[in-house]
Ligand binder design. Structure first.
Ligand SMILES: Cc1ncc(COP(=O)(O)O)c(C=O)c1O
Length: 490
């Protein structure tokens, strides 16, 4: 028998309970018993009945509310189980003496979350060819219909073997990287890869070389993980290894974009690549190669990846489908040196799991069926046109105020003012033109920032690119004039 903890003089049950069965606390689609439970909770927590006060017999409440008696009994049982009420055999059900605190009330003021915008000239947008969308729909549909046992258990922490094999094939043909599918691990993207692998091989406060300027989001991720980022300048040959050695000779890792330096677009020269690999070998460090946009090469053959040159000894290769398919897919991957597989896989298993098995299968089908390659071929052509339209408009409309080297790879370009121009001019022009994209200065950590913009051209229609580039170029000239600076580059 349960005792009612009563310091209260029991009062007679209310003839009719003040129940609200329709308010926002009620889940309309829930069962009758659950809705009644929610209404009773709301009433008790809201103080409409007092601690210790008796609740009406189930038969009476059923009559009052029109619910079946079974539903009332179930609602009362749940109230008792959750501590809102107490029952005494022979006496009935009572409101508990102490009521559990009201669970998570909706907050009045929410934190403001700024999602990346998709506006004019923004980075990170992609286009997917309509034929590829149709293939993807058909493939996902087929995978759904063939739903099988592979989705009903936890698989390899690295992700499905089928997709890992398809990625290993792609890396060999597209990036000259020979690796076994066992070296491939699927993740939700490059930043996720960085977190998992850095977390396995580094200790708190270890130093990591980062390109300066560089990809600020990766820099932030590395710092958030508790490692010390060491900005290393970039010159026309890529990351300046000698300066890295001088600044932090015993760093444990380096994060680089050797095929297409972000944001400047330089390609790391072969001597620099070898110098970087030599340092890694001597220091016992690892190099994280972010190969984010190599599938979009417009002139000449793609260069072999750094990991390919290193034969995956000290380099961790990181790739993503965020650009080759679309960011919403959230599937990226890495190729690991053999010596790291066991530790990284163990760490992964304790951290999170592979991406959804259904989508892994669909992406494998896209790669294996040739739909992936066909889409790349078609969008590459579109991106090349978009790149040319953007570069040309910026050059002409700025009347020489901006210099715009046309990148031979990738989905963004850099437009620069003369180095003597104050970086604030770029900020003023960007604001006045109402475009997205980044200020070049925001990609610098320590080196003296160059004034200019980092602008995305993928996933934007050419007429819109031309219009927004024209606006940005005109506002750039106006901002220069307002500061009494010549609109022409020196
Ligand atoms: C330099 C660089 N690396 C990687 C990525 C892709 O990251 P993720 O795979 O996490 O979406 C981007 C996306 O814009 C990028 O600019």
């Amino acid at each position: 028998m349960q005792n009612i903890p009563t310091n209260f003089t029991p009062s007679p049950a209310k003839a009719e309970l003040p129940l609200d069965l329709t308010g926002p606390h009620i889940t309309a689609s829930a069962s009758a018993a659950h809705r009644l439970y929610q209404a009773l909770c709301e009433m008790i927590v809201g103080g409409l009945v007092k601690p210790g006060e008796p609740l009406p017999p189930s038969r009476t409440l059923a009559k009052q509310t029109g619910f079946r008696r079974n539903a009332v009994v179930t609602a009362y049982e749940r109230l008792i189980a959750d501590g809102f009420a107490r029952a005494t055999v022979g006496s009935g059900t009572f409101v508990a003496a102490r009521i559990p605190a009201r669970s998570a009330e909706p907050k009045k003021t929410m934190a403001v979350v700024e999602a990346p915008r998709q506006g004019a000239l923004s980075l990170g947008c992609t286009h997917i060819d309509e034929r590829a969308v149709q293939r993807f729909r058909a493939i996902v549909g087929r995978r759904m219909r063939a739903f099988g046992a592979e989705h009903l258990h936890y698989g390899d922490p690295r992700g499905s073997r089928e997709l890992r094999v398809a990625i290993a094939d792609h890396l060999l043909s597209a990036r000259g990287l020979r690796c076994d599918s066992d070296q491939i691990m699927l993740t939700s993207g490059t930043l996720h890869t960085l977190r998992i692998v850095l977390g396995t091989i580094l200790k708190a406060k270890d130093q990591v070389w980062c390109e300066d300027p560089g990809y600020p989001i990766a820099r932030r991720t590395i710092a958030q993980c508790g490692y010390r980022t060491v900005p290393i300048p970039v010159d026309p040959h890529g990351l300046h290894v000698a300066k890295g050695r001088a600044a932090a000779p015993s760093a444990r890792a380096a994060y680089v974009t050797p095929s297409h330096q972000f944001p400047l677009g330089v390609q790391m020269s072969m001597p620099r690549r070898l110098e970087l690999l030599d340092w890694a070998k001597q220091a016992g460090a690892f190099v994280f190669e972010d190969d984010y946009d190599s599938e979009f090469r417009y002139d000449g053959a793609p260069l072999m990846s750094l990991a390919g040159i290193d034969h995956l000894q000290r380099v961790i290769y990181m790739g993503t489908f965020a650009k080759t398919l679309f960011p919403g897919l959230r599937i990226g991957y890495c190729a690991l040196p053999e010596r790291l597989i066991a530790d990284v896989t163990a760490a992964r298993a304790a951290l999170d799991r592979f991406p959804g098995t259904l989508m892994e299968g669909a992406v494998a089908d896209m790669l294996n069926s040739g739909a992936f390659a066909a889409n790349l071929k078609r969008v590459r052509k579109l991106y090349r046109e978009a790149r040319d339209a953007l570069a040309q408009t910026l050059e002409t409309a700025s009347d020489g105020a901006l210099s715009v080297p046309v990148p031979s790879q990738g989905l963004h370009l850099v437009a620069r003012f003369d180095p003597s121009v104050a970086p604030a001019v770029a900020a003023e022009a960007k604001r006045a033109a109402g475009v997205e994209g980044w200020l070049l200065a925001d990609t610098y950590a320590r080196a003296r920032p160059l004034p200019g913009f980092v602008l995305g051209f993928s996933g934007h229609a050419v007429p819109q690119l031309v219009a927004s580039a024209g606006r940005l170029a005109r506002e750039s000239r106006a901002a220069l004039r307002a500061r009494g600076q010549s609109a022409r580059r020196a």
